[in-house]
Design a protein around this ligand. Structure first.
Ligand code: NAD
Length: 495
C-alpha cells in the first residue's frame, strides 16, 4: 500500500469510530469546534467533515475533480430523454421521504441546531418541489409560421448550501436543476457536510442504477471557502446558485458569472388593530418556532400597534409562547450578542445559541419554562439587537407601534432592504397593500405563518432556495434554464 492509500484507510476507520481525522483536528477550535474564517455573521462552525473518498458516488476531495465529474455527467444527460431526468426527480423525492427519519436524525446530530420533528418534516415535504412538469414550451403560431420557445439547460451548476437545512436544500436543488437538464456540484456548509455527502452518495447510487449515469450531483467532501471560490471561478460551472448568509451572498454577487442568490432575511411581522389576534399569535409561533427559528423566512421580530399590543402578548402565552420580562430579555440579549466590533457596526451573533430549543435557551438565563414551550417572546424597543439582527433562535421581540403606519415603517427599516420576506396580520386591505408595496419583498404573507409563503398552508410550490437580491424568487426548474427559440418560417402551420 502506498502512503495515500494507508492514509485513506486510516481516515475511513477513524470516520467509522466517529473520530476527527488529522486535518480537521489540527484546525483552530472554539468550544471543541474547528473554525474557518469568514465575514459578518456568517456561520463558520467547522465540525469534522466526511473523509475524502474521491470519486466515490459523487463525493470528491477537490472542487476541480467534482466539477469535471459533473461535467462528464452533463455530457451524458444531455443525450437522454426527459424521462430520465424525471426518474432522477422521483428518486430524490422518494429517497427523502423514505429516509426522512434517519437523515433528519443524522442532520441534527451533525449540525446540532434545530428540532428533530422539523428536520424530518423538511425532508418529507421535498416531494412538493417542482420537477420536469414545469418545462412547458411556449408556442407562437401565425401567418408567418411557427415558433417554439423551449427551456434548455446551462450545464454544470455550482451550488452552495447552508447549515440551517443542509440536505433539504441540496435535495431540492438537485430536483430543480436536474429536471431542467443540468448537473450540479455542491460546496456544502462545513458543519452540515457529512449529511450532505451521505445524501449525494445515496442519490448517486440510485440514479446510476436507474439511468446508468454517475455523478449527476457531485460534492466537495471537505468544503472550504477556497473550494467555494474554485467553484465560483471555474470555467465549467456555468451558473451559481448560492443559499446562505451575507458573506456568501456578497461573494457570489461579485463572481463573474450568472449567480442566483438566495440570501439572508430578517422577516418582520406587522399586527394591526383589525387582526384576528389568536390567529396572529398561533401563526407567529408556528413560523417563529419552526426548526427553532432557523428558517430564513421565519418570523424574526413583531411590530404591533399599541391598542392591541397587550392582548396580542396574552394570546402568545395561550398558544405555546413563554413571555420573558425585561430583566430576562436583557440577560438573554447579553448572551446572544456581543457589541459591534467598530462604532456603528453590527452586533455579533453568538453562534453557540443559534437553533437551540426554547427551553435550553431559557435555561441559559436561569429560567425554567413549562414543557411544550415552543417560543420565547417579550417586549423590547428597536435598540435591542434581536430586532435588527437575524437571530435564528426561538426568541422573538415585540415592539410597540403608535399605529399601523408606524409599524409598517419600522418593518421596512428592520428588513434592511433584503427584499426577502414580510408578514402582516390585518383585515384592512389598505394596510396590506401599503405594506406590500413599500416592502417589495419576495414573499409577502397575510394572515398566516411564514411557511404559507412556500405552499405550506398557503398556495404555491416549495423550494429551500428563495432567490432574493437577484430576483428569481422561489426557485423552480425554469430558474435553471436558458430560453431558446426555434423558428419555422411559413411552412408547418396547419390551420
Ligand atoms: P452561511 O452564510 O454561514 O453559510 C452558507 C454557505 O456559504 C456555507 O457553505 C459557507 O461555508 C459558505 N460561505 C460563507 N462565506 C463564504 C464566502 N465568503 N465565500 C464562499 N463561501 C462562503 O449561512 P448559514 O448559517 O449556513 O445559513 C443561514 C443564512 O442563510 C441566513 O442568513 C439565512 O437567512 C440564509 N438562508 C437563505 C435562504 C434563502 O432561500 N434565501 C435559505 C436558507 C438560508
Amino acid at each position: 500500500m502506498n502512503e495515500q492509500a494507508i492514509r485513506t484507510v486510516v481516515q475511513e476507520v477513524l470516520a467509522k469510530l466517529g473520530k476527527p481525522a488529522a486535518a480537521a483536528s489540527n484546525a483552530p477550535r472554539t468550544n471543541g469546534i474547528p473554525v474557518v474564517k469568514s465575514g459578518g455573521n456568517s456561520t463558520s462552525h467547522f465540525t469534522p467533515g466526511p473523509q475524502p473518498t474521491s470519486g466515490r458516488d459523487g463525493v470528491f476531495s477537490t472542487a476541480g475533480d467534482a466539477i469535471a465529474a459533473a461535467n462528464g455527467a452533463f455530457q451524458e444527460l444531455r443525450k437522454r430523454p426527459l424521462a430520465d431526468r424525471e426518474k432522477v426527480v422521483q428518486i430524490v423525492k422518494q429517497m427523502c421521504e423514505q429516509n426522512a427519519q434517519k437523515w433528519g436524525q443524522q442532520e441534527l446530530a451533525e449540525t446540532k441546531i434545530g428540532r428533530l420533528d422539523h428536520k424530518i418534516e423538511k425532508l418529507q415535504i421535498i416531494k412538493r418541489v417542482p420537477g420536469t412538469e414545469w418545462l412547458k414550451s411556449n408556442c407562437y403560431s401565425g401567418d408567418a409560421g411557427l415558433t417554439v420557445e423551449e427551456f434548455a439547460p446551462f450545464g454544470v451548476i455550482g451550488a452552495i448550501t447552508p447549515v440551517t437545512h443542509s440536505l433539504p436544500t441540496l435535495a431540492g436543488n438537485i430536483i430543480n436543476m436536474v429536471a431542467a437538464g443540468n448537473t450540479v456540484v455542491f460546496n456544502p456548509h462545513p458543519s452540515g457536510a457529512r449529511i450532505a455527502c451521505d445524501g449525494v452518495q445515496a442519490f448517486n447510487r440510485a440514479i446510476k442504477a436507474a439511468i446508468g449515469i454517475d455523478n449527476v450531483a457531485t460534492i466537495v467532501g471537505e468544503p472550504t471557502i477556497e473550494s467555494a471560490n474554485e467553484i465560483f471561478n471555474h470555467r465549467d460551472t456555468k451558473v451559481l446558485c448560492v443559499t446562505g448568509g451575507p458573506a456568501v451572498a456578497r461573494a457570489a454577487l461579485q463572481a463573474r458569472k450568472k449567480a442566483i442568490v438566495a440570501g439572508p432575511g430578517n422577516p418582520p411581522v406587522v399586527v394591526d388593530e383589525t387582526a384576528d389576534l389568536d390567529n396572529a399569535a398561533k401563526s407567529i409561533i408556528t413560523g417563529g418556532a419552526y426548526d427553532n427559528n432557523l428558517l430564513c423566512i421565519g418570523e424574526k421580530e413583531v411590530f404591533a400597534v399599541n391598542s392591541i399590543f397587550d392582548k396580542l402578548l396574552d394570546a402568545m402565552g395561550r398558544h405555546g409562547g413563554y413571555r420573558l420580562n425585561a430583566q430576562q430579555i436583557d440577560a438573554l440579549t447579553k448572551l446572544a450578542f456581543s457589541p459591534p466590533k467598530e462604532p456603528g457596526g453590527h452586533a455579533v451573533l453568538n453562534r453557540d445559541l443559534v437553533g437551540l430549543d426554547a427551553s435550553v435557551l431559557a435555561e441559559k438565563i436561569g429560567v425554567r419554562v413549562p414543557a411544550g414551550t415552543q417560543l420565547l417572546f417579550g417586549e423590547t424597543d428597536t435598540s435591542n439587537s434581536f430586532v435588527p439582527e437575524e437571530q435564528m433562535m426561538p426568541f422573538v421581540p415585540f415592539v410597540r407601534a403608535k399605529d399601523t403606519m408606524h409599524a409598517i415603517e419600522m418593518a421596512y427599516e428592520f428588513e434592511h432592504g433584503f427584499g426577502h420576506t414580510a408578514i402582516i396580520h390585518s383585515r384592512n386591505v389598505h394596510a396590506m397593500t401599503t405594506m406590500g408595496k413599500l416592502m417589495n419583498t419576495t414573499l409577502f404573507i397575510k394572515n398566516g405563518p411564514c411557511g404559507a409563503g412556500l405552499g405550506l398552508g398557503g398556495e404555491g410550490y416549495l423550494s429551500f432556495s428563495i432567490a432574493t437580491p437577484t430576483g428569481e424568487g422561489v426557485t423552480n426548474p425554469l430558474t435553471f434554464t436558458r430560453v431558446r427559440r426555434c423558428v419555422m418560417v411559413d411552412e408547418l402551420r396547419v390551420v
